[in-house]
Ligand binder design. Structure first.
Ligand SMILES: Cc1cc2nc3c(=O)[nH]c(=O)nc-3n(C[C@H](O)[C@H](O)[C@H](O)COP(=O)(O)OP(=O)(O)OC[C@H]3O[C@@H](n4cnc5c(N)ncnc54)[C@H](O)[C@@H]3O)c2cc1C
Length: 422
């Protein structure tokens, strides 16, 4: 006969599933960390558990190209099981709490898990509802409101620009941080070029919540010229707070006065926020981002917790390019501290990049690191708009992502990682 106390032990072991490495989030960052841990021989797939509720993996950098009429939306989506490393363990209930003192994770379905090492990679959530009325008009197929910050609304943007017959276009950019700070202006330039080619009459207004066109002086100068040449009217310190029928309401960031602006087409970008559980679990900085050391990516309080990508406190622009630079450093430091008892190396200097489409055939590749310092790979092509950089971004980067990044073989600007073993 089975004794009652052994039943209890059995029930307890079901509720506390242990993983050596737990990764919360199976987006660009979580996927890349898992793939490199395996590719570099540090872990076998069965030692890794990924917490990810989404069934589709999204290549979000492709959405600007979708909205800009350069790319098919289907090329930006892949079923999760196709991109996750084979045999990693997946939990599809969202994480709701981490108890870092107990090395414990709790998910929405009530299940509890424990870990030796934890990587927090939950990205940043688009919060369309912070703009009153936005959701209603975005969802309405007959309303001229779209956004490249969602795959559905990116396709809508493409259709709206295709069907546009002339008039006033309004583009907005919210308060930072957002993923890919350059994307709100890329879609301005792409749309302008499409309409110019069709020879119709239009008038473009770009409303930014901040006071600058771009945070790095060299690129700001080039982009100011681009706006002047394309006759784009820039309005600074203006935050979109509400959308009504063909009316956008902006709040002046100095005076707090509200101003109504009419439009025939509105492209909006939602404010973005980190997952709430990060702060609720005592892992967040003042803004709720996972609080890690800016050079080692180790949590400032918990030595077995790591973070990278959009949900991290790393004070750099939130991009997939930054994730590619962060991943090998995080992986190396996690293994050094865990397996070898060594201190992490403070190697990450904030590298990020922002490929800015300036037309349907040119691109300005911005690359920089902490404190907005330039960190260029191809300086000769980065002092102006380049055709070569355009094709690199449009065709090569997606190829590298789907064929090499997901296998842990893509090192971003360090190129292929074939020879970078354990
Ligand atoms: C329109 C647009 C254009 C862009 N352009 C570029 C570009 O040109 N170049 C570039 O380098 N980058 C670009 N980016 C940014 C890039 O896509 C992101 O920086 C990158 O995806 C960040 O990776 P991440 O893993 O941190 O976040 P994500 O890729 O967003 O992944 C986060 C994952 O965490 C999961 N998750 C969230 N909460 C939980 C939870 N509670 N429990 C479990 N899982 C959870 C989510 O489901 C998601 O799969 C662009 C982004 C957008 C939207």
């Amino acid at each position: 006969m089975i004794k009652l106390h052994s039943l209890r032990v059995y029930a307890f072991s079901i509720r506390q599933i242990h993983s050596q490495i737990a990764i919360v989030g199976g987006g660009t960052a979580g996927l890349n960390v898992a793939a490199q841990l395996i590719a570099d021989g540090h872990a076998i797939p069965q030692q890794i558990r990924i917490f990810e509720p989404m069934k589709m993996h999204t290549y979000q950098p492709g959405w600007t190209m979708v909205g800009g009429g350069l790319y098919d939306i289907n090329k930006t989506l892949q079923p999760m099981e196709k991109v996750l490393p084979k045999n990693v363990i997946v939990s599809d209930s969202p994480v709701t709490k981490i108890n870092p003192e107990e090395n414990q994770i709790q998910t929405f379905d009530g299940q509890k898990y424990t870990y030796d090492q934890l990587v927090v990679a939950t990205g940043i959530r688009t919060d369309f509802d912070q703009i009153k009325g936005a959701r209603k008009y975005l969802e309405d197929p007959n309303s001229p409101v779209a956004s490249i910050y969602h795959y559905k609304y990116a396709s809508k943007m493409n259709r709206l620009v295709d069907e546009f017959e002339g008039g006033k276009l309004v583009f907005s950019e919210p308060q930072m941080p957002i993923k890919c700070g350059g994307a709100p202006q890329k879609i301005v330039y792409l749309s302008q070029d499409r309409l110019r080619k069709r020879g119709i009459k239009f008038d473009i207004h770009f409303y930014k919540t901040v006071a600058l066109i771009f945070g790095v002086p060299k690129y700001a100068e080039i982009l100011t010229d681009v706006c002047q040449r394309k006759q784009i009217n820039c309005h600074f310190k203006q935050k979109l707070v509400e959308v009504q029928d063909h009316i956008a309401i902006f709040e002046d960031q100095d005076t707090k006065e509200l101003k109504s602006v009419t439009f025939d087409l509105l492209h909006l970008v939602p404010p973005q926020v980190p997952a709430k559980f990060i702060a609720a679990s005592g892992l967040g900085d003042a803004a709720g981002f996972c609080n890690v050391h800016p050079n080692t990516l180790q949590h400032i309080k918990y030595k077995n917790i790591w973070s990278l990508g959009d949900c991290s406190s790393l004070p750099t622009s939130k991009t997939a390019a930054a994730v590619m630079a962060q991943t090998p450093i995080l992986v190396k430091n996690l293994i050094r501290t865990w397996k070898k008892g060594l201190e992490p190396i403070p190697q990450y200097q904030g590298y990020t990049s922002c490929p800015i489409f300036t037309s349907q055939s040119t691109l300005l590749l911005a690359e920089f690191k902490y404190n907005s310092e330039l960190d260029e790979t191809f300086p000769i092509f980065q002092s102006n708009e380049s055709r070569l950089m355009f094709y690199l971004k449009k065709d090569f980067f997606p190829f590298a992502y789907w064929y090499f990044m997901v296998k842990g073989l893509w090192g971003g600007r360090d190129g292929f990682r074939f020879f970078k073993g354990a």
